[in-house]
Design a protein around this ligand. Structure first.
Ligand code: ZN
Length: 128
């Protein structure tokens, strides 16, 4: 899948494969929407956007792209996935959507059983 290849490349080469750039969050959201029903996933999408917005940090890409004075916002993809799954469970969304999330977020869930929300470490509950 093109999106996943792009994500892997971007994260491996630029951000050491732990983070996701703002526009990639948008791409993932489109992918989730394509594969699910908006009436089911709508609230979850809002949560994903909110989380990514609150938990992103500004990454100065000046040093990466020669003489391009641009900044990008990045956030941790593993924590974003853990938060999305936790919210899906809280909202009692169906297992089809959980499967879509697992597919779209092609990475680990959190870090050693925890994920960060702002500065708080939150335990990744059993999401099965
Ligand atoms: Zn993380």
């Amino acid at each position: 899948m093109v999106l996943k290849n792009n994500l892997q490349q971007t994260s491996e080469t630029l951000y050491e494969r732990e983070t996701i750039v703002e526009h990639e969050v948008e791409e993932m959201i489109y992918e989730i929407l394509e594969k699910s029903d908006w009436s089911v996933s709508g609230k979850l999408i809002d949560e994903i956007k909110k989380y990514a917005n609150k938990n992103s940090f500004v990454f100065d890409s000046y040093s990466i792209h020669d003489n391009e004075d641009v900044t990008v916002k990045v956030c941790c993809i593993k924590c974003l996935k853990a938060h999305a799954l936790a919210k899906a469970k809280e909202l009692e969304l169906n297992s089809d959507l959980i499967r879509v999330l697992e597919e779209v977020f092609n990475c680990d869930t959190g870090h050693n059983g925890y994920y960060l929300n702002r500065e708080k470490a939150i335990k990744v509950e059993d999401l099965k």
